[in-house]
Ligand binder design. Structure first.
Ligand SMILES: [Zn+2]
Ligand SMILES: [Zn+2]
Length: 263
């Protein structure tokens, strides 16, 4: 399985795009501004989108992408998300004010997009060309949110994405029970902004260390840091670099846009 990093920044700036990952060529995980780097043909090949939550940095490109490729697609783009996320998209984005309601265009019977509820703990089979097993993982954020564990149906180890989250012991309980190939986990703020991180329910290096301490000590999969605010990336990296003795047992790496992770 291939995971192409389209965006992994906590905000936009030159060369910084917000959260989005393309799994193989047919499944999109979040639809942040990184989607804008795909060609029309690449966007049109996506059949399923899974969303972690409704925040703009994770959904901004979804309405624009639909508009770009709808006429090239014979079937609706399937969007899978928590019910609260879908309700937010319907009420605040696809409301015929911010953007057309593509769930009823060109007709309700054959729309450009269809929305599908998921719940934490659910296991889905997605992907039209290469079947993928997707498990919905818990997240702790300021709006209903989730993460995902994704693998080819015939593979054992999963690519795991935390989504936007603060401290989340249920997440660790679950991923310690499955085989993890690699983990992508957010660290949005530096320790200097710890109060803001706590209020907005994001991690900072201090809370990240407490999270990683819950990782099964027998595991040694790589841990990729994502969602750093561009203005604080260097500071976050330096604080994680100072984890000391604990840090040396974790294989921590930096996620960069345009990287292709191979599982
Ligand atoms: Zn968020
Ligand atoms: Zn975010």
């Amino acid at each position: 399985m291939k995971v192409r990093v389209l965006g992994c920044s906590g905000a936009i700036a030159k060369n910084c795009r917000t959260t989005s990952f393309l799994v193989d060529d047919d499944l999109l995980v979040d639809a942040g501004t990184g989607v804008g780097d795909l060609t029309l043909a690449e966007m049109a090949a996506i059949d399923d989108v899974v969303l972690t939550h409704s925040h703009l940095d994770h959904v901004a490109a979804l309405p624009l992408m639909l508009d770009a490729v709808a006429s090239r697609r014979a079937k609706p783009l399937r969007v899978h998300a928590l019910r609260a996320t879908i309700e937010a998209l319907r009420a605040h984005v696809f409301n015929n004010v911010i953007w057309p309601d593509f769930a009823s265009i060109p007709s309700r019977e054959a729309p450009f997009v269809s929305f599908h509820d998921i719940v934490v703990g659910e296991q889905l089979s997605l992907g039209s060309r290469m079947k993928k097993h997707v498990e919905v993982l818990p997240a702790v954020h300021s709006v209903p949110a989730c993460g995902f564990a994704i693998r080819h149906t015939d593979a054992r180890a999963s690519w795991v994405f935390s989504g936007d989250t603060e401290r989340n012991s249920a997440f660790w309980q679950r991923i310690n029970q499955i085989e993890v190939a690699m983990l992508v986990i957010e660290t949005a703020f530096s320790n200097r902004e710890q109060a803001l991180a706590q209020r907005s329910l994001h991690l900072s290096p201090g809370t990240l260390a407490g999270e990683l301490a819950q990782m099964d000590p027998a595991s040694s999969y790589p841990i990729y840091i994502t969602h750093t605010k561009p203005a604080e990336t260097a500071e976050i990296m330096s604080q994680i670099g100072q984890f000391g003795a604990d840090g040396t047992r974790w294989d921590i790496r930096w996620l960069e846009a345009a990287t292709v992770l191979e599982l």
